[in-house]
Design a protein around this ligand. Structure first.
Ligand code: GLV
Ligand code: MN
Ligand code: MN
Length: 422
């Protein structure tokens, strides 16, 4: 790459265009929250998801990007390189949101990727390798848990069929929702599932407070902590709340409380590094005057240290069983991702781009999981973060300044060019 080529692409990043697109996307599934914030509820594989994808495709078409979809529903936008036979550099993120999510988580990485390739094309640059922007299917796991099903399918971390029988709250199977989407997008070019990219770089809002607190522009992400998700089912017996003596009850809620208390003790961490969350609890029949027959609750457990992730995660089932007084319990693990280390290739390109642009950067790990985690075994991988207000995410108050979004797109454009010319 000759001197001045990257600066031209960097200068072509359009802050206003990126911001306007972010705001336009936020209307798709947008809702008002507590009279104060504008949130987004855009579940994967829904009409809303498809409307957002069509809008993205319209924008991609204007810059001449080639659009295609793989069998897992992952959507790709490609600008060609000088040698189309070389493996492309891949960037992107996801377009689905949490049920009460914000306007930036995921979609920022897709639109920053689009902005980067648009700027590169507008600067008249054709790098050695193609650059592709991907919108991964179902990163959040809000409608179909676990998340990252698109990237896990793409990388072969799990076969696509492993997700067929996941169901949403209405009992709709993942395979059926995906088939419906594929049929409704049958006009889009198809591509086979998976390939080995030359490198993968995902831009994202930080979702934590560090960049803002330390007044830094860019987070050069070093890796992602490990996550394990479990579903615990506790079965008791349905009885009358007014008449059944306590001694005769098999109360699923009471045994759930014992189990969660015991799990809190197992997961106790005075250093506050470990993350343990019970956030979805379904009670049957969910009425105040019948004893609960059944409770299903979720566990989200994360830690950066593989040994802790394995030891404490493996102890969960035994702790739940020991906590049962009158009910029976089953523990099902539905997601297991070990901590990922990004190495130096991609983080180095991000750090160099930030420094060349006079932006301040720090190296930091990611507490949230991302599709990037599943690319690590496949190709040099990395992520970059931009600051978000008060570190708030998975909440309608999620916010990143227009200038921060544009800084991220500029660093992304330059780092992608570096990688695409290597
Ligand atoms: C991703 O959304 C996560 O939960 O970390
Ligand atoms: Mn995300
Ligand atoms: Mn998220």
């Amino acid at each position: 790459m000759s001197e001045g080529v990257a600066p031209n692409a960097v200068a072509a990043v359009d802050e206003g265009r990126l911001w306007q697109r972010l705001m336009q996307m936020a209307e798709i599934g947008g809702f008002d929250f507590e009279d104060e914030h504008k949130g987004v509820n855009r579940p994967c594989l829904t009409e809303l998801d498809r409307t957002a994808r069509r809008l993205l495709i319209t924008w991609a078409g204007k810059l001449g990007a080639a659009v295609s979809v793989d069998p897992a529903g992952n959507l790709f936008l490609r600008i060609e390189g000088q040698d189309p036979s070389l493996p492309p550099v891949l960037t992107g993120s996801h377009m689905d949101s949490q049920p009460q999510g914000g306007r930036f988580d995921g979609i920022y990485g897709v639109l920053a990727g689009l902005e980067a390739i648009e700027a590169i094309a507008a600067a008249g640059i054709r790098p050695k390798r193609a650059i592709e922007v991907v919108a991964w299917t179902n990163e959040e796991g809000g409608r179909y848990a676990p998340g990252c099903t698109g990237s896990m399918s793409f990388t072969g971390f799990k076969p696509m069929s492993a997700f067929d029988d996941l169901t949403d709250q209405d009992g709709i199977r993942y395979a059926d929702a995906l088939a419906e989407q594929m049929a409704l997008e049958s006009d889009l070019a198809r591509r086979p599932l998976g390939y080995v990219p030359h490198a993968y770089l995902e831009a994202h809002i930080e979702q934590g407070p560090r960049l803002e607190a330390e007044a830094k522009d860019i987070g050069v992400v070093t890796g992602i902590q490990g996550s394990r998700w479990f579903t615990v089912t506790i079965e008791g017996r349905l009885d009358h709340a007014g008449t059944t003596p306590l001694a005769l009850r098999r109360d699923a809620v009471q045994d759930m409380i014992r189990a969660v208390t015991a799990l809190n003790a197992l997961m106790h961490d005075p250093d506050d590094v470990l993350r343990f969350t019970v956030a979805s609890i379904r009670v049957e029949p969910d009425t105040s005057n019948s004893i609960a027959r059944k409770v299903v609750f979720t566990i989200d457990f994360r830690h950066p240290d593989k040994a802790v992730l394995i030891a404490r995660g493996d102890a969960i089932a035994g702790v739940v069983q020991a906590a049962m007084k009158t009910c029976t319990a089953t523990v099902h693990e539905r997601f297991h991702a070990l901590p990922a280390d990004f190495g130096e290739t991609v983080p180095g390109a991000v750090a160099a781009a930030a420094s060349a642009q006079g932006l301040s950067a720090i190296r930091m790990p990611s507490g949230a999981f991302h599709d990037a985690q599943f690319l690590v075994p496949v190709c040099p991988t990395g992520m970059m973060f931009i600051p978000c207000r008060n570190g708030v995410s998975h909440h309608p108050a999620e916010y990143s300044e227009p200038g921060a979004c544009a800084n991220g797109a500029r660093v992304l454009a330059q780092a992608l060019l570096t990688l695409a010319n290597s």
